[in-house]
Design a protein around this ligand. Structure first.
Ligand code: NTF
Length: 766
């Protein structure tokens, strides 16, 4: 192992220099840490062998300072610098804005992947967009979600390195004799962020493209008196990378979104081709391109265009070569999330690509690329990929049976599974250092880069179980303090912390959780002395701005919180908290302090989930359905350490066929019927009693997500959770087993799977 690229002394000197230049402590630490990465960044740029390019419209990276300092072993030096400056490292960490260039699981997965690639030495580069405004900032006004722009660049961009790369990207125009003449051109300018791996020996570059005008300022127009119009080109180009589309499951067919997608793809492929030194025929030996969902699926036609129009390959050869290079990950089966673009829009924005798509459709009629005047991006991505993967075992099987049944029959070898994972550096060591210390005390070093070693915690030592329980208690006490100070809700740290944090969506069923909360509150009020296990119900998550039902769920949760938290009858037995502005940093605070992990989606709907893995690794017990990766978590941690409830995906499909299924479920479950009553009798909002009637009507009526049908079994599992929690030693044991048996859910394992089964890449030793 060679030395780290930076010593503590050099780091201190770097910080001193920046402080002298007038930077604040946070800026000085970030700047020095970034400079420490320059050698790794150069090395990563110069990578020789085959490498992977991970194309994603989203990278939910979160804060970087803490992770970077840990990777380089510079935390101690940094805290001494902070102390000398009269602050603490913790305070400095808190000052860093979250880079929220993503919506949720898909973007966070991409960020975990880059870190894992850097840790295990997988040569690669991430390509994304440098959105000026990431996911919106959520606040609550009278319990309702209000969106404001997020401004992660407000203090500049201390992590960025400038590679000096830029490409022109065209849109629109026309095609004559097979040559595309775009009507509009913008420049894509690269901004790099280096993501260091554990130990700081290797880094992966995240290259983010920003749109700029070719001619930012028109002096002629200005001189002529058109002072605003003189900058119009710049404003219009900049609009391309201004905002992240705040919706991961319902992409409205917006031209700007398609433009963003093509902009990412065109710039990234131009960059990759510029770097390709060997013969064209060797392209697939030098490069793998992974498409993170269909969002960058226009990469297929674009690569074919480059190969045919630029390099003179025959169409069939170009298709075969593109397919060798490309692979596609599917992250959802929700029909509303499967991208499809009107042919007219595609032809208008990308006329040459539309020709190529038509040729592909004619050459591969079984692929079903064109359908009723629309381009089906999933089918296009599938047709041009040598491997298509799902993100959990169940999801991959459902892909074969449902959306891609036809394509799977034609290409039975193409679909493979790669169950998601999370990086244990951020999601254990970074966010729960006390737990990491207990683990290291028990099994020694090395587990952080070889997470399956967590199994060495078994057979469980009583002292280790107690120490883990102690860490959980301390984390909960800290969270309780924060909830009281920041959000004005005092909670009992001894209560069970029951946590559901993720995007708000009907299929994730936050409304099932809040209905159970209402029913529990009602029963507690009926018999407050009945020996209830105290609970704190914690929710957090953003609703897409246009998703009315999800916003109503947020409003309902907050109204329930207001009523319940003020109830003197139930007092500390039950509290409800909605933590606003959920993001990576909020997750890092909540997960280490959680007892119960709510993973309650309708079976067959959650492709994988990754939050579920973070909770298990931090010693929370899952209450969940047989959906996504829950299935694999339960298999590994053991059925006796997992609170299972609900219908299977198959039962869900059958149940939906039964007319009146919801009404029947409500009729046979008085607790649910009574809880639903409160949604239109003014219990939670007396001046507008009917306000939540929409939610009640949905659950008792159409109930596509089977909230009513799963309610009774959910209630049963929740009471089982109470019984388990009442036995503190038993709970601690189960929590420890969740940790010991979740080592497989490291994103290092996932990346090794992609390298072996999809990319054909070997690790490099630094
Ligand atoms: C998400 N998909 C899925 O909903 C999650 O279950 C999964 O864990 C993550 O991807 C990562 O694989 C999406 O966000 C999208 F956009 F595909 F709907």
């Amino acid at each position: 192992m060679r030395d780290l690229p930076i010593s503590e002394d050099a780091f201190r000197a770097g910080v001193d220099m920046r402080l002298a230049a007038g930077d604040g402590v946070a800026e000085a630490l970030c700047g020095a840490a970034r400079d420490a990465m320059v050698p790794l960044w150069r090395q990563a740029q110069a990578s020789g062998g085959k490498r992977v390019a991970y194309l994603s419209m989203e990278f939910l990276i979160g804060r970087l300072l803490r992770e970077t300092l840990r990777a380089f072993g510079l935390e101690r030096a940094a805290s001494e610098i902070c102390a000398a400056q009269g602050t603490t490292l913790g305070e400095v960490f808190e000052a860093e804005p979250d880079a929220a260039l993503g919506n949720g699981g898909l973007g966070r997965l991409a960020a975990c992947f880059l870190e894992s690639m850097a840790t295990i030495g997988c040569p690669g580069v991430g390509y994304g967009l440098r959105y000026e405004h990431g996911l919106f900032r959520q606040s609550l006004v009278q319990g309702k979600q209000v969106e404001a722009p997020e401004d992660w660049l407000r203090f500049g961009a201390p992590w960025e390195l400038n590679p000096g790369r830029a490409y022109e990207v065209g849109f629109g125009g026309h095609v004559t004799d097979g040559v595309w003449h775009p009507g509009e051109r913008v420049r894509a300018v690269a901004h790099d962020v280096a993501v260091p791996g554990e130990g700081g020996r290797f880094a992966v570059i995240l290259r983010l493209w920003q749109a700029e005008a070719l001619r930012p300022f028109d002096l002629g127009r200005f001189n002529y008196g058109d002072h605003v119009g003189a900058s119009a080109a710049e404003a219009s180009a900049r609009a391309l990378t201004r905002v992240l589309y705040p919706d991961d499951t319902n992409e409205a067919g917006k031209a700007l979104r398609l433009k963003q997608e093509y902009f990412l793809v065109a710039a990234s492929l131009a960059d990759l081709m510029a770097d390709h030194e060997g013969a064209l025929a060797d392209l697939a030996d030098a490069l793998a391109v992974q498409l993170n969902d269909t969002h960058p699926a226009i990469a297929g036609p674009e690569l074919i265009r480059l190969l045919v129009d630029g390099w003179g390959l025959a169409f069939d050869e170009a298709v075969a070569l593109a397919r060798k290079v490309l692979a596609y990950t599917n992250h959802t089966l929700l029909p509303e999330a499967l991208e499809s673009w009107p042919e007219g829009l595609m032809a208008w924005l990308l006329p040459r690509h539309m020709e190529i798509i038509r040729d592909l459709d004619a050459a591969l009629p079984e692929a079903g690329i064109l359908d009723h005047g629309a381009v089906r991006m999933g089918n296009l991505a599938f047709a041009l990929a040598h491997r298509v993967n799902g993100v959990s075992a169940l999801h991959t099987e459902l892909m074969k049976e449902t959306v891609f049944a036809g394509l799977h029959a034609s290409y039975p070898e193409r679909i493979v599974n790669q169950t998601n994972g999370v990086t244990p550096r951020r999601w254990i060591a970074g966010c729960n250092p006390a737990l990491a210390e207990v683990i290291t005390g028990a099994i020694g070093d090395g587990w952080l880069t070889d997470l399956e070693r967590l199994s060495g915690l078994e057979p469980l030592d009583g002292g280790v179980v107690d120490a883990m329980a102690g860490v959980k208690r301390a984390n909960k006490a800290r969270l309780a303090e924060w909830l009281a100070d920041e959000h004005g809700v005092p909670v009992d740290p001894g209560a069970m912390f029951d946590v559901q944090i993720k995007r708000i969506h009907e299929y994730k069923r936050q409304h099932l959780n809040i209905l159970e909360t209402i029913a529990l509150w009602q029963e507690m009020r009926d018999a407050p002395e009945a020996g209830w296990v105290p609970r704190v119900k914690i929710f957090a998550g953003k609703a897409a701005p246009g998703y009315h039902f999800a916003k109503e769920i947020i409003h309902l949760i907050n109204r329930v919180a207001e009523r319940v938290n003020a109830d003197e009858v139930t007092g500390d037995l039950l509290k409800v908290v909605f933590v606003p502005n959920y993001n990576v940093s909020v997750a890092e605070r909540l997960i280490p302090a959680s007892d119960l992990s709510e993973q309650i989606s309708t079976a067959g709907k959650e492709a994988s989930g990754t939050g579920n893995m973070k909770f298990a690794l931090n010693g929370a017990i899952t209450i969940g359905t047989l959906d996504g990766a829950n299935v694999e978590i339960r298999e590994r941690v053991g059925a006796e350490n997992f609170l299972l409830f609900g219908m299977t995906a198959e039962e869900v499909a059958a149940r939906r066929e039964i007319p009146g299924h919801a009404a029947e479920a409500v009729a046979s479950e008085p607790r649910l019927a009574r809880a639903l009553e409160t949604l239109h009798d003014g219990t939670f909002i007396d001046d507008w009693p009917d306000l939540f009637a929409g939610i009640a009507g949905n659950v008792a009526g159409h109930d596509h997500y089977l909230v009513a049908s799963d309610f009774a079994d959910y209630w049963r599992a929740q009471r089982e959770a109470d019984d388990w929690y009442a036995d503190a030693d038993g709970w601690a044991q189960k929590a420890a087993l969740n940790i010991a048996r979740s080592g497989w859910f490291s994103s290092d394992r996932t990346i090794r799977g992609y390298m072996r089964d999809i990319w054909g890449i070997e690790t490099v030793s630094a």
